[in-house]
Each structure stands twice: as C-alpha cells, then as structure tokens.
Design a protein around this ligand. Structure first.
Ligand SMILES: NC(=O)c1ccc[n+]([C@@H]2O[C@H](COP(=O)([O-])OP(=O)(O)OC[C@H]3O[C@@H](n4cnc5c(N)ncnc54)[C@H](OP(=O)(O)O)[C@@H]3O)[C@@H](O)[C@H]2O)c1
Length: 287
C-alpha cells in the first residue's frame, strides 16, 4: 500500500516508520521538513509539500496537532485539488464536530474520510500495538484493515465518523484524571515523609492502581520530563476538547475543569512541549 503521512511529530514519525517497516511505501510531509529528514534512512520519501505526498498515495494518514493544523495542511486549494478519489484517515485527536466538518470538506472535494484516533504512544506505534478506534463505514474498515492491522493487533470499528473521536476524548480525560490524582497523592506522601516504596507497594496491590502510575513514577521522582511521549500542550488541548463536547450534554465536569488551570500553569512554566507528567511541577512544586 502506498501511504502519505502528513505530520511527523512525536507520533507521526513513529507511525511512518512502523508502516514502512512492515512493507508499505510511505511518503511523508512535515511543516518543519528537517524533523522528517531522518526518515529517509529507512527508505521513506520526504517531500516539502503536502500535495506531493498525496499525489501518488492510496490513502492519506493525518497525524497533525489539531484541527487548525489539519486546515493549514489539508484544506488549501493545492491539497484539495489532489483529494479526489483519495481516502483521508485522520488519526490525531480532534473533536467529534471537527471530525464531521472535516469529513464534509473532504467529501466536497471528491475524497472520502474516516477517523482512526489511537490510544498508546511511540513505543506502541513502534511495536504495532496501538489501540486503533475507527469511525467510518464497514466498507472503509475492511478496505483499510491492512493499514490498521499494521499499527494495531485488534483495530475496532466504533461506529460512523464522530463516534471514535468522542471515545478517544473520553479515554484521554482519564489520562488527565489519573496523572493529576497520582501526582497529588505522591506529593502528599513525599511531603509527609511516608516512604514512596511503601505507598507504591500498597497501591499496586489495590484496586486503585493504574499501570500509568508505574510508567510515570520515575519521571515524577526525578522531575525529568525530557523526551516526551505526549506533551502537556496536547493534554490541555484534549481536556479543552472534552469540556467543550461535554458542555453539550448534562454532565458535571468540575473535576476536569480543576485540572485545566493546573495544565495552564504548567505550560506557563515553559513545560508545554515537555511530557505531561510535568504537571507535577504545579501540583508539588520544588521547595
Ligand atoms: N504523542 C502521543 O502519544 C499521542 C497519542 C495519541 C494521540 N496523539 C494525538 O496525535 C496528534 C499528534 O500528536 P504528536 O504527539 O505527534 O504531536 P506533535 O509532536 O506536537 O506533532 C504535531 C504535528 O503537527 C504539525 N503542526 C502543528 N501545527 C501545525 C500547523 N499550524 N501547520 C502545519 N503543521 C502543523 C507539526 O509540525 P512541525 O513539526 O512543523 O511543528 C507536527 O507534525 C495530536 O492530535 C495528539 O493529541 C498523540
């Protein structure tokens, strides 16, 4: 399969590498071309315009930051002109409404569209174990199954476009909730002089434990947020998207609303591009 990947940020880079490594022919475009150039070493073609990547592709994978980035890359006259008869598979995290609006624009240009947001990060992309949630038709799910299965052991068709986008936000709300709750408990344990090992041993045996706690513990203990898997900026984006979508339903969102300023204060400390575990610097600032 010939695949165009638009966006080689943290996750797009790993996805492009994975798709090429399992035998697809991948062409990538990234706004900052220099970030994509190392992909040439594994046989990936790097181009400097999105329409060049799309021209020869069977399908177009979007791994861009947000809806604004997608508009800047895909909804230009030059890109729209090559979209006819192409399928765009949107894999970043955007809102249901944004996904539906994008579908309408792409179909107007003669292309087809499905969404396939993912849970998991760089390690899972490298291993082909992302959790891929597809919003689209059964025909699209079947047609692009070889691509989805290159990235995931068990891709799932969630429903029509929009349903997978909502599900992805529901899951990412849990990332924000879990890390902020864990950081707060760890902060109390450390300040109260309780051994962290004891806290973790009891937590691991309990029903309260989440595997992400062990994944993030070393970062929190060392206050090292370099080489992120997922940035604070993007977690704030997803929290804002969730709150916006939830405002249309009768849900009480005050717990998540409380996390938003924590993320904003973390970003104000210059940690927007750092790993999202850096919210520890706001929850338990260094004394
Ligand atoms: N990282 C993860 O673990 C993970 C997991 C699941 C879902 N996601 C989602 O997947 C998407 C990508 O995540 P990521 O972590 O790979 O993000 P990232 O490292 O921040 O990469 C963002 C990508 O978007 C491009 N971009 C941003 N603004 C742009 C604009 N205005 N015009 C053109 N291109 C623009 C960037 O280009 P430049 O390189 O030129 O800045 C880069 O290619 C996000 O929606 C994120 O929430 C990420």
């Amino acid at each position: 399969m010939t695949i165009a990947v638009l966006g080689t940020g943290l996750l797009g880079y790993a996805i492009a590498e994975r798709l090429q490594s399992v035998g697809h022919q991948v062409t990538v475009y990234n706004r900052t071309a220099a970030k994509a150039l190392p992909l040439q070493a594994c046989g990936i073609t790097v181009v400097t315009r999105p329409e060049q990547a799309m021209a020869q592709a069977d399908c177009v994978v979007l791994m861009l930051a947000d809806a604004a980035a997608i508009h800047a890359v895909l909804l230009t006259p030059a890109s729209l002109a090559v979209l006819r008869d192409k399928t765009v598979i949107q894999m970043g995290t955007i809102a249901q409404k944004e996904s539906l609006a994008l579908q309408a624009e792409i179909e107007k240009a003669g292309g087809s569209y499905c969404e396939a947001p993912v849970l998991g990060s760089i390690a899972e992309a490298n291993a082909g174990t992302l959790l891929v949630m597809v919003g689209g038709t059964e025909e699209q799910f079947t047609q692009w199954a070889p691509l989805f299965r290159s990235l995931s052991r068990e891709p799932r068709l969630i429903g029509p476009v929009g349903k997978a986008a909502s599900l992805k936000l529901a899951l990412n709300q849990l990332i924000a909730a879990e890390i902020s709750a864990f950081a707060l408990s760890l902060g109390l344990v450390q300040r109260a002089g309780v051994p962290v090992d004891t806290f973790m041993a009891i937590l691991r045996e309990s029903a309260l434990f989440a595997p992400s706690f062990d994944k993030k513990l070393p970062r929190l203990l060392t206050r090292n947020y370099l080489h992120p898997n997922f940035s604070t900026n993007h977690l704030l984006k997803d929290v804002a998207l969730f709150l916006n979508e939830a405002s249309g339903y009768e849900l009480t969102t005050s717990s998540l609303e409380g996390i938003k300023p924590v993320l904003e204060r973390t970003i104000a400390q210059g940690l927007g591009e750092a790993d999202y575990a850096s919210l520890y610097e706001t929850i338990n600032p260094k004394v």
